[in-house]
Design a protein around this ligand. Structure first.
Ligand code: FEO
Length: 396
């Protein structure tokens, strides 16, 4: 069978998943996802991360096509989330003498998820592992995006096995390496993977990037998406921007509306923003667009304007979920606008203001709360909110 190589003796062992609808059972993956594992065949053989358990038969087949009856000496566990660690137990069953390579935290996770590991080799910052021609070194990058996360740097070919960092949603449809692919396809999927999965840990990501800077990296082999070998800056510059919460001039408007009155306020605000020269305006109905895409756009644009009708004296449920997810991920440095509808006893705007207090973004105007249909005075207030937002954005 045809084998894909990163270097003369380093193999790609990934799989495409076009069946799963929701990654982590939360995030939509309409274009699927790849799970990438790698095999280094030297005097000693090392497997770098694994794949989900459901690929196990084909995974063993791929491994045996490369190494035949030889044994795998090391399993390097850069990250323990089950999309990569799922094959650990069957791997140990097939290669009982295998040594698991991980850090202090890794082995505790192996025990809690699968079994108590017997043969282990504990690594730490700058620890080395000699496979023969290929020398490996390890760097800990905790919380990118689990506590045990680390990377493995293969010094001979200068390949960074980066775990989830620099990964992407989207399957690898033939092309495995960045130079084999029109990257326009991955523009959204790399960012959405970052903002949905890693985005909570921007400060940790920045620390990790700083730490990895001295390495002379020629190739980045992540556990999802393309292998970066021709233009590493494509993904590195984007990570630099997103992890520093750098946004463009623009506004995301999201609303929860039952009968269209809150939506009308959103439309007025959006139109006024456009009249004031703001060109990046995205308006979302929280009942239609999954929060994965809304959060992604929040990482793109400086302005965030949210509206909610009152629903049983509380927020519209989809807005409530969106806002609690935003609080959890906690992106920084946004401009905020708030509007909504009182319905019969309020609860929408009141709770949006609680969000404003917690998130501590710059509230540019308001809040605005209408009762029922949009009338002239609150229409004028919507115009003022849009103007206040536009003034701040045009200063950028
Ligand atoms: Fe792809 Fe955090 O697992």
């Amino acid at each position: 069978m045809h084998q894909v190589k990163l270097a003369e003796n380093i193999y790609y062992l990934g799989f495409n998943d076009r069946r799963t609808h929701l990654f982590e059972n939360i995030w939509p993956i309409p274009h699927g996802i790849s799970y990438n594992s790698y095999l280094i065949v030297d005097e000693k053989i090392a497997l770098v991360d694994t794949v989900g358990q459901h690929f196990i038969d084909d995974y063993f087949q791929k491994i045996e096509n490369i190494i035949g009856n030889r044994k795998i000496d090391y399993l390097i566990i850069n990250h323990m989330e089950p999309d990569h660690s799922g094959a650990i137990k069957p791997i140990i069953a097939r290669y009982p003498e295998i040594t698991l390579v991980g850090n202090k935290k890794t082995f505790g996770f192996v025990e809690s998820f699968y079994l108590k590991p017997e043969n282990t080799f504990e690594v730490y910052d700058n620890a080395a592992l000699d496979l023969g021609k290929n020398k490996l070194q390890f760097q800990m990058i905790p919380m990118v995006h689990w506590p045990e996360t680390m990377v493995t740097f293969e010094e001979t070919n200068k390949i960074l096995f980066s775990g989830d960092a620099f990964g992407s949603y989207g399957t690898l449809d033939g092309g495995i390496f960045d130079d084999e692919i029109n990257l326009n396809f991955y523009e959204v999927e790399v960012m959405r993977y970052f903002t949905n999965i890693v985005g909570k840990y921007c400060p940790h990501t920045r620390r990790a990037m700083k730490k990895l800077e001295p390495l002379d990296i020629k190739m980045i082999a992540a556990t999802h998406g393309p292998v970066w070998r021709s233009d590493l800056n494509w993904v590195l510059s984007r990570y630099e921007k997103w992890s520093s919460y750098t946004t463009d001039s623009g506004v995301v408007i999201v609303y929860g509306s039952m009968y269209g009155n809150t939506q009308k306020m959103a439309e007025v605000i959006a139109r006024q923003l456009a009249e004031r020269g703001i060109k990046n305006i995205r308006v979302y109905d929280s009942s239609k667009t999954h929060l994965s895409y809304i959060i992604n756009d929040i990482f793109k644009y400086k302005g965030f304007i949210v509206g909610s009708c009152a629903y049983n004296n509380a927020l519209f449920p989809n807005i409530e979920i969106l806002l609690s997810t935003i609080e959890h991920i906690a992106p920084k440095g946004h401009l905020l606008g708030i509007f909504g509808n009182y319905s019969w006893n309020g609860g929408g705007v009141k709770n949006l203001m609680k969000f404003a207090e917690k998130i501590k973004w710059d509230l540019v105007y308001g809040p605005i709360e209408e009762k029922g249909a949009l009338k002239v005075d609150k229409y004028e207030e919507c115009i003022k909110l849009a103007d206040a937002m536009a003034v701040k954005l045009l200063e950028m």
